[in-house]
Design a protein around this ligand. Sequence first.
Ligand code: ADP
Ligand code: ADP
Ligand code: ZN
Length: 213
Amino acid sequence: MKIIMLGAPGAGKGTQAKMIAEKYGIPHVSTGDIFRANIKNGTALGKEAKQYMDQGLLVPDELTVKILLDRVAQEDCAGGYVLDGFPRTIPQAQVLDEALGKQNESIDYAVDVDVPDENIVKRMSGRRACLKCGATYHVEHIPPKQEGICDSCGSDLVLRDDDKPETVQNRLKVYHEQTQPLIEYYTQKGILRTVDGTMDMEEVFRAIVAILG
Ligand code: ADP
Ligand code: ADP
Ligand code: ZN
């Protein structure tokens, strides 16, 4: 099964994608996580991506598409995957569709996690991330067992550089301009499914499982 997660920054795509990956036994592929791992390791790709990410802008399509296509060509993705944070533009979606089409494959579902802008800024300021293993928490809604420490790997949790309120406003603007058109794109293809992302984490997941089967 091949699934795309759509939704504003902070809507809960990553949180749900991890739960989907576990339940269905498929890899969770996050372009944001790949970029952050590269930044952490000081690679050339990381340095390039960081310039855009810190401003709340999208990393250019060329760079992002290459990284994503390389990742899904790996063996562990042969049985499907859940994409979190890709595609974010119509050209990215088109390149993905073309690449899949060549192998007579296609995306099964695009799941839109719908959360109004008003809720987003609050979610982002409370988000805490583990840069080592990619786990995500929320200081109020989804706290780690021990404050500031990752449950999964014991590393320190951080507020991401791009989760500051000023940057979040930019990211929301970019989302509405460049990413939201994908909702229409996947509606046209007949594979868009929308879930109410304002419910608690388990309820959102139940709604998604009802769709995926
Ligand atoms: P969030 O989960 O909060 O939406 P991500 O971790 O998915 O954030 O992405 C963080 C940043 O990484 C984005 O703001 C953007 O700069 C960059 N990025 C991630 N995925 C893409 C993509 N598909 N295209 C362009 N930029 C991307
Ligand atoms: P995205 O990947 O869409 O940017 P995340 O999954 O990282 O979003 O979630 C953003 C923040 O909101 C995180 O701090 C996360 O712990 C929290 N969160 C995720 N789902 C919910 C939910 N259903 N209710 C409340 N908070 C949530
Ligand atoms: Zn961790």
